[in-house]
Design a binder for this molecule. Structure first.
Ligand SMILES: Cc1ncc(COP(=O)(O)O)c(C=O)c1O
Length: 449
């Protein structure tokens, strides 16, 4: 079929409703239409190359079009693309479950597959609830979660999410949950200074758990960073505090590693930074290195055991593509690459380099907080640097910056007025420097001129 850019542009607008996109605004610009990928670069239909500065929405690890992952997917394709895992099994899904159990925080041995982060979290929530039903503690139906948290866009995942911009309109559809303060030290809602914010937030959360102790099924939190909430790095000790509270009151701890898992924070798992092991852990995004939609919910023998026995104890959840062989083959190759290419070891000096370079951003007139955990950065744009007064929302300053950066060959996507920098883990230092140079230039162009 022959088609021109103009054809694609027309059809894109005519037929394709894009996610998290105001289509009125989208229609006003020539769309960027990607045709290919090569390493850390996205290549559009005109042949222009762009650094993939947000790893295609936080998923790409080893670069696009990686020979090893390509080969694994091709070889699997020659065998079979898909067969169900409801009641039967397949080779890549078995091998991936085993591999995940081997590399997961200790004790998370049981792997339930799905295909998106939201799904992995839906499963985590249902699993936690159903666990208590199966062991006969039937009053435990409630979740304690965090304001400013994000776990995906399905009804259950939104119910435990706390970002009003995304969730408020749907609130009447959601189940009720208890919300504890976000450990947002930069703008602590409890007005604590940054050193005490974590502790105070934990105290508030504990008060909620204590006053509803018999009805709580689980504490639900993102691990290490509230990602979509603006790259809010949790204070040291916070994750450990969550584990301790869960243990003290005998409730489950569900951690969402969807954004931070697979090396993003410099360790394979975010919770590894504090030696915390949740009872249930959701992973997705980086699991296939950015190739195919695979997600997983991992849990312990204890939780799994509660579902054993007769059919009435079955975990009633499954998706048509659960354990899809192509996706699992990509994920296996991706995880092997971490080992073969010593990805995490090579990442450490780049994290330090990034940290050093971010110092320059602090000097920009309209940059407020800069938040970094490993290879995950949020640069907050503010109208007034001293008071941290934000730009008016309608000005879309963050979006103006990303469009500016695109002019110089960088694709990024903001979270409001937080510029997210989250390149593939394999980016080399000169490429990282170029990415940062362009973003810095774009921020200055938009906010200082
Ligand atoms: C922490 C976290 N959980 C869940 C999700 C949802 O993942 P998905 O978009 O694959 O449904 C995201 C997506 O950004 C996320 O950051």
């Amino acid at each position: 079929m022959e088609y021109s850019y103009e054809d694609l542009k027309r059809w894109d607008l005519e037929y394709f409703w894009h996610p998290f996109t105001q289509m009125t605004e989208y229609a006003q610009k020539d769309p960027l239409i990607i045709d290919k990928g090569e390493g850390i670069y996205l290549i559009d239909v005109h042949g222009n190359r762009y650094i993939d500065g947000v790893s295609s929405l936080w998923v790409n690890v080893h670069g696009h079009n990686h020979p090893k992952i390509n080969k694994a997917v091709r070889e699997q394709l020659e065998k079979i693309a898909h067969s169900t895992t409801l009641g039967i099994s397949n080779v890549p899904a078995i091998l991936l479950a085993k591999k995940l159990a081997e590399i997961a925080p200790p004790g998370l041995k049981k792997v339930f597959f799905s295909d998106t982060g939201a799904c992995a979290m839906e499963i985590a929530i249902k699993m936690a609830y159903h666990y208590w039903q199966n062991i006969g503690d039937k009053k435990r139906k409630k979740f304690v979660c965090l304001r400013n948290g994000y776990h995906g866009d399905t009804i259950g995942a939104m119910s435990v999410g706390g970002i009003d911009l995304f969730h408020a309109v749907y609130r009447p559809l959601l189940f009720e949950a208890y919300f504890a303060p976000s450990p947002y030290c930069y703008r602590c809602e409890l007005q604590a200074d940054p050193e005490n914010c974590g502790l105070l937030c934990l105290q508030k959360l504990e008060e909620i758990v204590a006053s509803h102790r018999d009805e709580i099924a689980a504490i639900v939190s993102e691990s290490t960073v509230q990602a979509a909430g603006g790259i809010i790095v949790m204070p040291d000790g916070y994750m450990k505090g969550l584990r301790e509270i869960a243990d003290r009151y005998g409730v489950l701890l569900v951690l969402d590693e969807v954004a931070v898992g697979f090396g993003r924070t410099g360790k394979m798992w975010g919770c590894e930074h504090e030696g915390v092991v949740p009872d249930i852990m959701a992973v997705a995004k980086g699991i296939t290195g950015g190739y195919l939609p695979v997600a997983a919910t991992l849990t312990t023998e204890k939780v799994y055991g509660a579902f054993l026995g007769d059919y009435t104890r079955t975990f009633y959840h499954g998706h048509t593509y659960t354990g899809n062989p192509l996706g699992c083959a990509a994920a296996l190759a991706n995880i092997e690459l971490f080992e073969e290419e010593r990805t995490l070891e090579k990442l450490q000096p780049k994290i330090e380099h990034l940290k050093g370079r971010l110092e320059e951003f602090k000097e920009l007139k309209h940059v407020g907080d800069i938040r970094q955990k490993g290879f995950m950065v949020g640069v907050e744009l503010v109208k007034d640097k001293d008071t941290k007064e934000p730009f008016p929302y309608g000005e879309r300053t963050g979006f103006k910056v990303i469009y500016k950066a695109r002019e110089r060959g960088v694709v990024i996507r903001p979270l409001g007025d937080v510029i997210v920098i989250l390149p593939p883990l394999v980016i080399d230092t000169p490429e990282l420097d170029r990415l940062l140079d362009v973003i810095k230039w774009a921020i200055k162009e938009v906010t200082e001129k």
